[in-house]
Design a protein around this ligand. Structure first.
Ligand SMILES: Nc1ncnc2c1ncn2[C@@H]1O[C@H](COP(=O)(O)OP(=O)(O)OP(=O)(O)O)[C@@H](O)[C@H]1O
Ligand SMILES: O=C(O)c1ccc[n+]([C@@H]2O[C@H](COP(=O)([O-])O)[C@@H](O)[C@H]2O)c1
Length: 204
């Protein structure tokens, strides 16, 4: 499908290190902002792109309309090195492996890193072509309250234990040859979209 990188807000040039934080952002919250700032610093990234998903393929209930989530994301995450993008809508992709394949083909020479909270590492082996994701790009995992043990004991952590960089080498992740991943122990922020949706619902 033809698509326009400019329309997607993706002003990326070869040599850049670019973190991709995929999410439903339903709604976006301070936890997302926090891990984005930590990822920029700890993984030495030039940019982070928030990939606001048209809909998580594993979640039964569709999220709020994409335009609403994008607008809310732009309000909460105003930072010169962060791009909020609906590129998955333009690409027609929901599966991360497919999104990565298309972005890598469109932006040769850009060093992409997939970013996620520890809860997502625990689930990663359920994603479509999850090993392809690990083989395509380095993966940066950020601590999340209550998910440390599940992430440590996950299938992905076990299968790729040989590819884990120590915490102190996290700054090298973006230029590492995949498979490579790093778990960083950032300060914890106990917020989730589920909780915020519940709080909003109970006020009505
Ligand atoms: N408080 C947090 N600490 C660390 N990582 C987080 C936090 N909140 C979200 N993330 C990570 O951000 C990414 C996008 O998260 P998502 O949009 O699903 O928000 P969420 O709060 O996990 O939503 P939900 O409660 O609906 O599952 C995921 O990789 C998730 O692990
Ligand atoms: O590719 C998959 O099979 C897959 C399965 C579950 C989640 N994901 C991606 O993981 C990211 C986090 O999703 P979420 O809903 O937990 O915010 C988002 O980019 C999803 O598209 C991807």
């Amino acid at each position: 499908m033809a698509w326009n990188a400019h329309e997607a807000g993706l002003h990326l040039v070869p040599g850049m290190t670019v973190g991709l934080l995929g999410g439903s952002f339903d709604p976006p919250h301070a936890g997302h902002v926090h891990i984005t700032r930590e990822a920029l610093r700890r993984f030495g990234l030039d940019r982070v792109v928030w990939l606001v998903s048209p809909g998580n393929p594993l979640k039964a209930h569709g999220p709020a309309p994409l335009a609403e989530r994008i607008a809310a994301a732009r309000r909460i995450m105003a930072h010169p090195r962060v791009i909020v993008s609906d590129v998955e809508r333009l690409l027609g992709t929901r599966h991360t492996a497919r999104t990565l394949a298309q972005l890598q083909a469109r932006f040769p020479g850009v060093n992409f890193v997939w970013l996620m909270g520890a809860d997502n590492l625990a689930q990663l082996h359920r994603w479509e072509d999850w090993r392809e994701i690990m083989e395509r790009v380095p993966v940066g995992v950020l601590a999340r309250p209550g998910s440390r043990m599940a992430a440590r004991g996950s299938v992905a952590a076990d299968v790729y234990r040989h590819a884990r960089l120590p915490d102190r080498a996290a700054g090298l992740l973006a230029r590492a040859v995949p498979p490579a991943w790093s778990f960083v122990n950032v300060p914890l922020v106990n917020l989730s979209s589920t909780e915020l949706r519940g709080a909003a619902g109970s006020k009505m």
